[in-house]
Design a protein around this ligand. Structure first.
Ligand code: SAM
Length: 264
């Protein structure tokens, strides 16, 4: 898959920055807690796969300091590029098709990336190959099938419309090869790949301003495809966006499954 054909939420679209800000507000505290628990410190060499925006790479850079290294890769690095100063290095790289861009990393992390990668098995192998013995892998991915509703409290027509549009989004993702039950498989996949001390947990916000910002940006980004494929009308999308903007909807996210382990 390249940035231009398969990935639904193209980073070159103007809404991508708003999505990265919302993902950061929603999930950075969870990600940072996990990476702290894995023992990050000065001098660590980290590979951030599918980096997207700047918040995770900038935080990693502060943690590893001038003696460490943070390699940030993505198929489209346009949003991460503003973080490019030592110890951060930015490179264009497709995790599904290319060899790892380095080795002997202390930490490899990917958040909300593998679910979109057609050859996610190869991607996982590549990330493990890039670790030093004893290095830590942290994979965080959504499991939309575990909790498919954007409005779990579906108490009126606004919430029903929101859930129908969310179903349309899932259809578009699945058509492009996304595995909508990937998150739950991660602990087993990490263990089967030979990692030790594998653990996992899940987190999902039930309502917050960042959930609303993420929904508005996502729907704007995919609206043409929803309409083109007959999954929604322009009128429904406008109505939904005005409900979201009203601030009266309780909008959730898919659960984020975090799974981690160590290479022997
Ligand atoms: C949903 S965003 C998540 C961004 C960031 N990791 C975060 O959690 O905020 C998915 C990111 O994965 C990148 N991506 C998609 N397919 C990829 C691939 N095959 N190789 C590398 N990056 C990829 C996208 O360009 C995008 O930046």
């Amino acid at each position: 898959m390249t940035a231009s054909d398969g990935y639904l939420l193209d980073n070159r679209q103007t809404e991508a920055g708003r999505r990265f800000d919302a993902l950061s507000a929603l999930f950075d505290p969870t990600t940072f807690r996990h990476i702290e628990d894995l023992g990050i410190g000065p001098g660590w060499r980290c590979w951030e796969v599918g980096a997207g925006g700047t918040s995770v790479v900038s935080w990693l850079a502060r943690k590893v300091g001038p003696t460490g290294r943070v390699l940030a890769t993505d198929i489209d690095t346009s949003w991460a590029v503003s973080a490019a100063r030592l110890p951060i290095e930015i490179r264009t790289h497709d995790i599904g098709t290319e060899e790892p861009p380095g080795q002997a990393f202390d930490l490899v992390h990917a958040r909300l990336v593998l679910v979109h990668v057609p050859d996610r098995e190869k991607a996982l192998r590549s990330m493990i190959k890039a670790l030093r013995p004893g290095g830590r892998l942290l994979i965080e991915d959504a499991d939309p099938a575990l909790q498919p509703l954007i409005c779990p409290d579906e108490h009126g027509p606004e919430q029903q419309l929101a859930n129908r549009l969310r179903q349309g989004f899932r259809t578009l993702l699945a058509e492009r090869g996304a595995d909508l039950s990937y998150g739950r498989r991660l602990p087993r996949l990490l263990r089967e790949a030979g990692l030790r001390r594998v653990e996992a947990d899940a987190y999902f916000p039930l309502t917050s301003p960042a959930c609303a910002a993420l929904e508005a940006a996502t729907v704007r980004q995919i609206r043409d495809r929803l309409v083109a494929e007959g999954l929604a009308t322009d009128e429904e999308i406008d109505r939904h966006l005005s409900h979201v903007a009203s601030g009266t909807m309780d909008l959730a996210t898919s659960p984020l499954i975090s799974a981690w382990g160590r290479k022997e």
